[in-house]
Design a protein. Sequence first.
Length: 114
Amino acid sequence: MNLFERFSRVVKSYANALISSVEDPEKILEQIVIEMNSDLTKMLQATAQVLASQKLLENKYKASKQSSDDWYKRAQLALAKGDEDLAPEALKRRKSFFVGSFSCSPVFFFTKCA
């Protein structure tokens, strides 16, 4: 056992010496900088995608909310004019837009707060 351990230690020392003689710290640092620049580019692209998705979600929320408000005003106008058949239809349409704006609003507000 002792002989095998000594032989293993000698082989490891020669392997480490060979690696150390081939290793160039300047080249290693250059490679690390290249890898970090690549990672930075990927992170910037991911950030741009997230910001674009956030903007699309914000626009969708605003459009749904605006449509919901418009249909609510139409329902009020129909009731003011005495058209009780048109008001429920306007409220049904408002509900579909209201639910749409409500479904994306938690995500929208979460991304704004973060």
